[in-house]
Design a protein around this ligand. Structure first.
Ligand SMILES: [Zn+2]
Ligand SMILES: [Zn+2]
Length: 287
């Protein structure tokens, strides 16, 4: 089973690999810089090369870069839009330099311009990325679009929106999708029962195509179905619940995909939660 966590790069990129090995996981997600700042300190070629070596020799089989939170490809503001497309391109280049073959990103919010305007804006932004030198320079890097809980004017709540964006691209060969279970549930997709999961996956297949699904962000949800509120809960301790999570990790369509947890790092305000969530997942998995 490919399973892991979003891990901190506080102790550098290789520090995240050290943490992964200490936890005994084979999948890792990192930010390539401080996710709430536009500033990206350049990655020195020597540091990049040593990280690539460390990653190759490690137990990590699946690595992914998550883009920063400030990106808004749907922004009606021209300056923010251009800055977002440029930053996403830079994220691709950074992942490429680190030898990490995929980048996952949120799409942003239309800020009142409307869903249709948001979709065409995102398509324009992604076209800039796909047409960039960095995208050509690192042909092994894929870009994954993530669904959202749908708070405010955020884009990507509905699978139809993601499907519409992907089908609007001139070339979508290197575009995939990340399904965040907390976001999908908060958006209104029922993941608590086998029937709900079946219905959700068939909707995903109709609107996007299951062949695009490359990554699962496995998070339980603090808030109820359809609440549009994005707050991740510990595995089995949220509204999706143990049975729902068990259905997800054992489903034939999903079981071979990587599961990356973005669960809170503390349990009851003190315990180191990662090993606890990991044990829970492994207990729910029927190998
Ligand atoms: Zn996520
Ligand atoms: Zn979230």
């Amino acid at each position: 089973m490919l399973v892991g966590f979003h891990l901190s790069i506080r102790r550098g990129f290789t520090g995240a690999i050290d943490s992964a090995e200490a936890l005994g996981i084979n999948a890792v997600q990192i930010f390539s810089h401080n996710a709430s700042s536009w500033r990206m300190r350049p990655i020195e070629p020597a540091a990049a090369a040593s990280f690539r070596g460390r990653l190759r020799r490690s137990s990590v089989e699946y690595a992914v870069v998550h883009t920063m939170y400030l990106l808004n490809l749907a922004s009606p503001d021209d300056a923010l839009f251009a800055r977002s497309a440029a930053a996403l391109t830079e994220e691709i280049a950074r992942a490429g330099a680190l030898g990490i073959p995929r980048v996952v990103t949120h799409l942003g919010a239309h800020m009142g311009a409307g869903r249709e305007a948001g979709i065409s804006r995102i398509i324009d932004g992604l076209e800039r990325v796909i047409g960039s030198d960095a995208f050509a320079r690192y042909p092994f890097v894929n870009l994954l679009l993530e669904n959202t809980a749908g708070a405010g004017t955020t884009m990507g709540r509905w699978f139809a929106e993601l499907g519409g964006i992907i089908s609007g691209l001139s070339d979508s060969t290197r575009i995939g999708v990340c399904l965040d279970t907390c976001h999908a549930f908060a958006a209104g997709y029922d993941l608590r029962s086998p029937e709900g999961l079946e219905e959700t996956l068939s909707e995903f297949d109709r609107k996007i195509g299951l062949s695009r699904l490359e990554l699962v962000h496995l998070n339980d949800s603090v808030h109820p179905m359809g609440s549009c509120r994005d707050r991740h809960a510990h595995i089995g301790r949220g509204e999706i619940g143990e049975e729902g999570i068990a259905g997800i990790v054992n489903h034939p369509v999903l079981c071979d995909l990587p599961f990356v947890l973005e669960t809170p790092k503390l349990l009851d305000g003190k315990l180191d939660a990662d090993p606890i969530n990991l044990r829970k997942i492994r207990a729910l998995r029927r190998e």
